[in-house]
Design a protein around this ligand. Structure first.
Ligand SMILES: NC(=O)C1=CN([C@@H]2O[C@H](COP(=O)(O)OP(=O)(O)OC[C@H]3O[C@@H](n4cnc5c(N)ncnc54)[C@H](OP(=O)(O)O)[C@@H]3O)[C@@H](O)[C@H]2O)C=CC1
Ligand SMILES: CC(=O)N[C@@H](CCC(=O)OP(=O)(O)O)C(=O)O
Length: 334
């Protein structure tokens, strides 16, 4: 059994992780951590998330000395803000733990990226060099060897699962950059209260135009430029991305279908549509990314949908841990 710690367990992604780890036959929940000053320290997870009453009546533990705790665990999920993960991950890594970090702190192997897009100076180039980007369907071999897995962002997961087979297969005419229009539920912003995310303020709207940090994350890992525009939707969870691309001359709908089939026929957490495109209701509460598309002449529109908290966060993190430890990738997820 792997002694498993979840840091940030009271948050939206952390609570989902806790539910998965709790039902994982090879993982043992060692502790659910929150910050030393947390208002929720000592409360039960099910006090905050009542859907878990009678299931996850587990106390939240304030983390004071993580170096002592690190000696007692094998696997750590960091469901914490980027800066918190940046500071904590090396402590667990130096103690020999495997770390799956859900934040953006180790996703791109260039320290300047963090100064520019995250607003902090990255101090751990050594761990940036060793981190493996956990786009699980594509990084299986690297994840098997990883000590630090940087789980991709929610929007980048759906965007890359949709685009990577087409880019790698040379099917796109990149004179026209892929245009990704994405809409996310409000849980994408986390559980902490903020005016912009309060009920009466949220109204369907684009944000982060030309400057959202997920644009460079997507481009860096796909190796091609993209236009990315996120939108905040007035619903709790889920992401739909509508991606417009230009095809190379002569590429047909059948070519697109067979490229996707080849990439994902043995990947159960990516579901391909023969007809039509996915809706949010197909994926909310589930660990899948669903992909459908339509072609007209040289124009392709791909639609990818996922639950931002699951395939976009907790489910992909558990999938990566499963791969790392040689379990079935879908263990505890489906
Ligand atoms: N929400 C989403 O859809 C996705 C989120 N992510 C990433 O996952 C991470 C978690 O996101 P999310 O669940 O939304 O965030 P939340 O704001 O909902 O939760 C954050 C958690 O971190 C805890 N925390 C804060 N500071 C510390 C600290 N110093 N030590 C230990 N715990 C701390 C909080 O508890 P307390 O403050 O009480 O200590 C809380 O449990 C973020 O990096 C986010 O960017 C990635 C993909 C999707
Ligand atoms: C709706 C909403 O606010 N979404 C978040 C994305 C959250 C996420 O998954 O991204 P990281 O892990 O990279 O923070 C945002 O746009 O910042």
């Amino acid at each position: 059994m792997l002694n498993t710690l979840i840091v940030g367990a009271s948050g939206y992604a952390g609570a989902e992780l806790t539910a998965y780890v709790n039902r994982h036959p090879q993982m043992n929940l060692t502790a659910l951590g929150v910050s030393a000053q947390s208002n929720d320290a000592g409360k039960l997870l099910s006090d905050l998330h009542p859907q878990y009453k009678g299931v996850l009546d587990i106390p939240l533990q304030p983390l004071n000395d993580i170096s002592e705790l690190a000696k007692t665990v094998d696997l750590v999920f960091l469901a914490t803000a980027h800066e918190v993960s940046h500071d904590m991950a090396p402590v667990f890594l130096d103690a020999g733990c495997v770390v799956c970090d859900l934040s953006g702190a180790f996703r791109v192997n260039q320290a300047e990226f963090y100064t520019r897009y995250y607003g902090f100076e990255h101090q751990h180039q050594d761990w940036l060099d060793r981190a493996v980007y956990g786009l699980a369907e594509w990084q299986h071999e690297a994840i098997k060897q990883a000590q630090l897995v940087a789980v991709p962002g929610c929007y980048p997961t759906a965007a890359q699962l949709a685009l990577k087979p087409l880019v790698d297969g040379g099917l796109l005419n990149l004179d026209q950059w892929p245009v990704i229009n994405a809409v996310s539920g409000v849980s994408g912003a986390g559980r902490k209260a903020s005016l912009g995310n309060s009920f009466c303020e949220v109204s369907f709207q684009p944000y982060g135009i030309f400057n959202h940090r997920h644009q460079p994350e997507i481009s860096a890992h796909l190796g091609v430029p993209v236009i990315f525009t996120p939108h905040l939707g007035n619903f709790a969870r889920g992401i739909v991305e509508t991606i417009t691309c230009r095809l190379q001359p002569g590429v047909s709908a059948a070519d697109i279908a067979s490229t996707y089939q080849q990439a994902y026929h043995d990947k159960p957490l990516v579901r391909l549509y023969d007809k039509g495109v996915p809706a949010l209701k197909a994926v909310v509460g589930l660990p899948y990314c669903d992909i459908g598309f339509s072609v007209q002449d040289e124009h392709l529109i791909v639609v990818a949908a996922e639950d931002n908290l699951l395939k976009g966060a907790a489910a992909q993190a558990v999938q990566c841990a499963n791969i790392r430890f040689g379990f079935e990738p879908t263990q505890a997820l489906i």
